[in-house]
Design a protein around this ligand. Structure first.
Ligand SMILES: [Zn+2]
Length: 107
């Protein structure tokens, strides 16, 4: 009876050993494939796209769409409402930092 238990334990141990050995080789193969892959293809990230995503995070800053100045809650944008066939549009002229009502007078 004890010889049978010994044989069963030996078989179980061998099965576990070969299972772990196969897991090890699978992991080594995946790692080597990943290392080869990173050398070939370079990851390209568009920085302007990242900026847009970060701006959409809540609570987001108020940013002038013309000059990208960070606006406080009290700063206003200068804009004109333009009626169009598909509905009204807002034409943004700028903020207090970039908008000049009559630029020829300043020069
Ligand atoms: Zn501005």
């Amino acid at each position: 009876m004890s010889a049978l238990l010994y044989l069963l334990g030996l078989l179980l141990g061998a099965a576990i050993f070969f299972y772990l050995l196969s897991l090890y080789h699978t992991g080594v193969d995946k790692l080597s494939a990943r290392r080869k892959g990173t050398h070939c293809r370079s990851m390209e990230i568009d920085p302007t796209l990242m900026e847009i995503v970060s701006r959409q995070a809540f609570p987001r800053e108020r940013i002038c769409p013309i000059c990208k100045a960070i606006l406080t809650y009290d700063d206003v944008l200068y804009a004109t409402r333009v009626e169009q066939p598909k509905g009204a549009k807002i034409l943004i002229h700028g903020c207090k930092y970039c908008y000049r009502a009559h630029p020829e007078e300043k020069a």
